[in-house]
Design a protein around this ligand. Structure first.
Ligand code: ZN
Length: 203
């Protein structure tokens, strides 16, 4: 497994961020069967770090500090469900509103009376960004209101950094990791007969 880091934050050192993820078991290393059925040397579940409100607040503050022009930002928007807590904590640090989009008939939409003023500036954040699809759909939902998205943020970029090429908007991540997974028949950890763990199971 390789780990590298995004922009340094004033609020937390890189070591503190990774320690938070490891101590909460949001980040595990070993031999895992993922929900997709594929095998990996790494398991990542952001909800396990965000279940601690103190940790969520520290991470949100660290991510908020990556945005260079916070005074221009009037709202933080995230796709439900994973991004909601992150948007909430980033918005708390920036003293702006926190909104979320959700899928309605397959379309990412701002519901519940959430609105953005035409011409205002927002940031879109996620807990984990992998393909960038839900981030992209949330950007479109924001732009449909006449507001613009000036920056993107994620606690963890699981694409190893490659996902940022999908966007014309700068992406800031606290942590960048490359998610490697294997078909069971091609898994090097199985070849080494390392016992496999299914995260989330009680057995
Ligand atoms: Zn395996």
């Amino acid at each position: 497994m390789s780990l590298s880091f995004g922009l340094p934050s004033e609020a937390m050192t890189e070591a503190e961020i990774i320690t938070l993820f490891r101590e909460s078991q949001a980040l595990l290393e070993g031999h895992f069967q993922l929900s997709s059925g594929r095998h990996s040397d790494q398991y990542f579940q952001c909800a396990l770090v965000l279940q601690d409100p103190e940790a969520a607040s520290r991470l949100g503050t660290a991510l908020a500090r990556c945005f260079k022009t916070p005074r221009e930002i009037s709202a933080v928007v995230a796709p439900a469900l994973g991004g909601i807590l992150v948007a909430h904590e980033v918005a708390r640090a920036l003293h702006v509103r926190s909104l979320f989009t959700e899928r309605v008939n397959g379309q990412m939409t701002l519901r519940r009376g959430f609105s953005l003023r035409s011409g205002s500036r927002a940031v879109v954040v996620e807990d984990v960004i992998t393909t960038g699809l839900s981030t992209l759909e949330t950007v479109r939902a924001v732009e449909a209101t006449g507001a613009s998205v000036v920056a993107l943020g994620a606690l963890v970029d699981r694409s190893g950094g490659s996902v940022s090429s999908q966007f014309t908007i700068p992406l800031h991540s606290l942590l960048t990791m490359e998610a490697k997974s294997y078909l069971p028949a091609e898994c090097p950890l199985c070849a080494k007969r390392i016992p496999i763990v299914k995260p989330g199971s009680r057995s």
